[in-house]
Design a protein around this ligand. Structure first.
Ligand code: NDP
Length: 263
């Protein structure tokens, strides 16, 4: 299927590992040039070099913490300087939490609000003017099934991801007439290095069978009884950014192996 993405420019936050890296690789395979943002500069540089060598696209790494306002300035500046703006924005950087509402301090709520919501707000403000100049664009938010179906141990994650979905809907309405399509993807369980690390930690004192632990998580939550690979989720992102998804606006697309218990 011809996706019509060749030569476009995509900004991806959290593009150095996990789902963000899989999206970067999916885009690069379609000939999309990239601006990748993450905090760990050494890892980001390594990933950028590998993608350049493998796919022959231009990749600009921007080492920054997207929960801080200055990161948006850095990312938008890099996209403008290298490519004259961007056609695609993927707000993907994020992480789980673990707390109770009774015990979590304001500072923890502030951190996740900035990471999951304000980063997307600031990057939209910074990149939409360029998208308008270029004739249109696509913005995708990586929220989570937890935005609709909360996991009990991470209320701050659930709440801020739900806010991101609502932000996405509002932004979609605001920019659709500028030929900019905005949508959200809600993944379920996705096997990323972080899940493996946690499983190894949790099983270290009981024999170390981390794979059995992950299987038990999949069995408990996902009717498909397995995790998704990051590439399986990335495929949906790449499709939604393509001309083939031209009527998809203001929606939330689940990719969760049946985990969502409602229709
Ligand atoms: P990973 O932990 O594997 O990767 C996260 C990426 O984001 C890394 O590149 C990381 O790089 C970057 N990142 C994290 N915090 C910041 C920050 N403050 N500023 C800049 N970059 C940052 O995560 P996943 O791939 O698992 O998750 C990606 C997104 O998908 C998240 O938003 C997550 O909530 C969502 N999701 C994940 C699911 C899963 O099962 N894995 C399920 C549903 C949703 P660095 O550390 O160098 O900054």
């Amino acid at each position: 299927m011809e996706l019509g993405l060749k030569g476009k420019v995509a900004v991806i936050t959290g593009g150095s590992v996990g789902i963000g890296l899989a999206i970067a690789e999916g885009f690069a395979a379609e000939g999309v040039n990239l601006v990748l943002a993450a905090r760990d500069e050494a890892r980001l540089d390594r990933v950028a070099e590998t993608i350049r060598e493998t796919h022959g696209v231009r990749v600009v790494p921007v080492a920054c913490d997207v929960s801080l306002a200055e990161a948006a300035t850095q990312i938008v500046g890099a996209a403008e300087a290298e490519f004259g703006g961007a056609d695609i924005l993927i707000n993907n950087a994020g992480t789980g939490s673990n707390e109770t509402i009774m015990e979590a301090p304001d500072s923890k709520w502030d951190f996740y609000w900035n990471l999951h919501v304000m980063a997307a707000v600031r990057l939209a403000r910074g990149l939409v003017p360029g998208m308008k100049r270029r004739g249109g664009g696509v913005i995708l938010h990586n929220a989570s099934i937890c935005a609709s179906q909360p996991l009990g141990y991470e209320p701050i994650y659930n709440v801020t991801k739900a806010a991101l979905v609502m932000f996405s809907k509002n932004l979609a309405n605001e920019v659709v007439r500028d030929n900019i399509r905005v949508n959200t993807v809600n993944p379920g369980l996705v096997l990323t290095p972080d899940w493996i690390k946690t499983a190894k930690e949790l099983t270290a004192d009981s024999g170390g069978d981390w794979e059995a632990h992950l299987q038990s998580v999949a069995d408990e939550y996902a009717p498909i009884r397995r995790f998704a690979s990051a590439a399986e989720i990335a495929n949906l992102f790449v499709f939604l950014c393509s001309d083939r998804a031209s009527y998809c606006v203001g929606s939330t697309f689940f990719a969760d192996g049946g985990m969502l218990r409602t229709i």
